[in-house]
Write a protein that binds this ligand. Structure first.
Ligand code: FAD
Length: 428
């Protein structure tokens, strides 16, 4: 997937070209700008953002920022000197309003236009909104940006009653930080269990047990019918008829990829901007990467879209090279982590694509759950517990997944079997 850095310059690095233009000054956009320079692009790079601040890391927003352990400034991906030294024209107030494919230029919200040599769409995703009566009341929060996180920090004072809508990763991380800060926490989830799209039931159950032990009130198969209050939220009306009093609500019901610009320009969209396995759209001059795109994955034999930090990093490295015409295919095994309480969750592959689960105890309270598909191929591994007790097994599982290994369940569950010894297993 990542051949060595080129020794000779590809023709397309010349500064005579129009700029490389990147829409979206998030993690994918910033890392791609950096990788373009590392791969020898000598022309201009425009990094266009609409958040009004330089690119930053989002994972701390639901963890250390909410716990008051990290400041906004400490989340920045690079300092100002980096953009200057690398001649990256970072414009944090430059919302892109339209893409003109025929003229190969973008139009900004203020009417300015900018030509491009190659264009990257890295517009990420935005939180799905709650669409019930009262959803716009003050005290109803979403979490995607730094200002969102800072508003939630203020709401998480000890003794406050916090209702979290959605038992996905963001909702559960916020539940963990809120209860750690001394709040009363209720999680309301419409589905019958947590993390429906991410992990098998057994993994979700293991996590939820811990949340309940920590005092979080988790309610499944329960929807929010209305948000109650005059100008500010005072409670939730639930589908089981109950009323839940609360001081603030945090909604974490998933995200939708920001595809509007691409769609308006006639670029193919399929649960995200549709790219091929080199991250190129149906327009040869336009690429998409990160949370916004869906791409065909060789290992899982289907199109997937990922919303995770590692994918943003890996996509950026590959897409930068492909904007320079290296034509590399992207086939990294997905990897995701989450922190809740003193537990780390590490996920390799696509556990939700599995039909059989196998558990391996790797420590007193640490487990790795393997997911096998109908053919017995290992497609995912979810480690839950102490980092040192799960990380190695998840890493080896990543290699097994990359080989499409067929591994006997009895060996996976047997703690005395060294996972590394299975790397010779049959592959399909
Ligand atoms: C609270 C939180 C916690 C997370 N925790 C984890 C974690 O523990 N582990 C993990 O693996 N992943 C985690 N993630 C996911 C990870 O942060 C994302 O996958 C990553 O940020 C994706 O980067 P991106 O650049 O593709 O998209 P984004 O970060 O969404 O960046 C896209 C940028 O494009 C901008 N933009 C959109 N439209 C336009 C336009 N028209 N013009 C200009 N700019 C535009 C947006 O404002 C945004 O700044 C977390 C995410 C959040 C929100």
């Amino acid at each position: 997937m990542s051949p060595a850095t080129p020794t000779s310059k590809p023709a397309s690095v010349s500064s005579a070209h129009a700029p490389m233009v990147i829409i979206g000054a998030g993690q994918t956009g910033a890392r791609t700008a950096h990788a373009l320079r590392e791969n020898g692009w000598e022309g201009e790079i425009a990094l266009l953002g609409d958040e009004g601040i330089a690119p930053y890391d989002r994972p701390p927003l639901s963890k250390s920022v909410l716990l008051g352990q990290k400041t906004a400034g400490e989340c920045a991906l690079y300092d100002d000197a980096f953009y200057r030294d690398n001649r990256i024209d970072l414009r944090p107030h430059a919302r892109v309003a339209a893409i003109d494919r025929a003229a190969r230029r973008v139009t900004l919200g203020n009417g300015d236009t900018l030509p491009f040599h190659r264009l990257l769409i890295a517009t990420g995703a935005e939180p799905r909104r709650l669409s019930v009566r009262g959803a716009n009341l003050r005290g109803v929060h979403y979490l995607r940006t730094l200002p969102d996180a800072l508003a939630i920090v203020d709401a998480l004072a000890p003794g406050q009653r916090i209702a979290i809508v959605g038992a996905g990763f963001i909702g559960l991380e916020i539940a963990a930080t809120a209860i750690t800060r001394g709040c009363e926490v209720v999680v309301v989830e419409a589905a019958a269990r947590a993390l429906m799209r991410a992990v098998p039931e057994i993994v979700a159950g293991y996590l939820i047990e811990r949340h309940r032990a920590m005092g979080v009130d988790v309610r499944f198969a329960t929807q929010v019918d209305a948000v109650l209050g005059e100008s500010r939220v005072t409670g939730l009306k639930l589908s089981d008829g109950a009323t839940l009093d609360c001081d603030a609500v945090v909604v974490g019901i998933g995200v939708t990829p920001r595809t509007a610009l691409a769609e308006a320009a006639g670029i193919d969209v399929a649960d995200g901007v549709a790219v091929d396995d080199t991250l190129r759209t149906n327009d040869p001059n336009i690429f998409a990467a990160g949370d916004v795109c869906s791409f065909p994955h060789r290992l899982f034999r289907r199109r997937i879209r990922l919303e995770c930090w590692r994918n943003a990093e890996d996509h950026a490295r590959v897409v930068a090279r492909n904007m320079l015409e290296y034509g590399e295919t992207y086939s990294a095994v997905p990897w995701f982590w989450s922190d809740q309480y003193d537990m780390t969750i590490q996920i390799a592959g696509m556990p939700a694509f599995g039909t059989t689960s196998v558990v391996r105890e790797t420590g007193t309270s640490s487990r790795v759950f393997f997911a096998l598909d109908n053919d017995g191929v290992l497609v995912g591994a979810s480690g839950v517990g102490v980092t040192g007790e799960i990380a190695r097994d998840v890493r080896v599982a990543q290699e097994l997944i990359a080989r499409r290994a067929i591994v006997p369940p009895a060996l996976l569950s047997d703690r005395s079997t060294k996972l590394k010894s299975l790397l010779t297993a049959e592959a399909v």
